[in-house]
Design a binder for this molecule. Structure first.
Ligand SMILES: [Zn+2]
Length: 245
């Protein structure tokens, strides 16, 4: 599947029926007015980021979304023992692989947080099968990373150190919009986001762990998935997770 570059912003069109040109000659006057392609997804515009809630005349909007967290395992201990340039190269590769897999499935990379990525599916590009798209993006991230020949990094002690990615996915309703007053940040918040983050921390190197809500929608693709019960930080009740195989 190839996600071609669109002339109009996919998000503005789907959400508001507004044709906002982001490529080609029609986009020039808009670019001059400060409306550009979004860094969260190159098929979206900056209205889809900070201005979206203003257009909707609300500070926050509640959406149904799938949240994917991915992080680079072993990064912290590695960064203490490796040349800075090596670490930066590794991080850049990680960001690139994650972003291309997420964009290919019409998700947005909401944030890069140090050695982790937060992606949102079903906003602002609506997808009936956003759960499935997020899972497929997660698989792609793991597959691409395994295929990389330079996964191993040589530390300053001359030891090869292998790093891998852990992926966690959850779905439900969350609130998206601007958070903060002095420093405005466009982000998604709510218990669904917290659980996605927690389930991600339970995933081991090279693993994708999803919640029950996610698994129910991709069961047909992963009949061999392994049910595990996790005691997650900050969550009292044990949580069921499925390790996708
Ligand atoms: Zn837009």
């Amino acid at each position: 599947m190839s996600n071609s570059k669109t002339i109009f912003c996919k998000g503005c069109w789907q959400q508001m029926r507004m044709p906002i040109p982001i490529r080609g000659p029609l986009s020039i006057p808009l670019r001059l007015a400060g409306i550009k392609r979004s860094q969260m997804n190159p098929n979206l515009c900056t209205i889809c980021e900070t201005n979206f809630t203003k257009v909707k005349k609300k500070k926050q909007v509640v959406i149904s979304a799938t949240i994917l967290f991915a992080d680079l395992r072993g990064y912290t201990s590695l960064s203490e023992r490796t040349e800075r340039s090596e670490v930066l190269k590794l991080l850049q590769n990680f960001y690139d692989e994650c972003a291309s897999a997420i964009w290919e499935r019409d998700g947005i990379v909401n944030k890069f947080i140090g050695d982790a990525v937060l992606a949102i599916f079903n906003f602002p590009i609506l997808q009936e099968d956003h759960v499935r798209q997020a899972v497929l993006a997660g698989l792609e991230i793991q597959k691409k990373w395994m295929e990389r020949k330079n996964q191993a990094v040589t530390t300053t002690e001359g030891r090869d150190f292998s790093v891998g990615i852990g992926v966690g996915i959850h779905t439900g309703h969350a609130s998206i919009g601007e958070v903060g007053t002095a420093y405005k940040d466009f982000t998604i918040i709510g218990p669904v986001v917290n659980l996605a983050s927690r389930i991600q921390s339970a995933a081991g190197l090279g693993e994708i762990v999803v919640t029950e809500a996610v698994y129910r929608q991709v069961e047909d693709l992963f009949p061999q998935a392994e049910l595990r019960t996790y005691q997650l930080k900050g969550i009292e009740e044990p949580v069921n997770g499925y390790l996708l195989r």
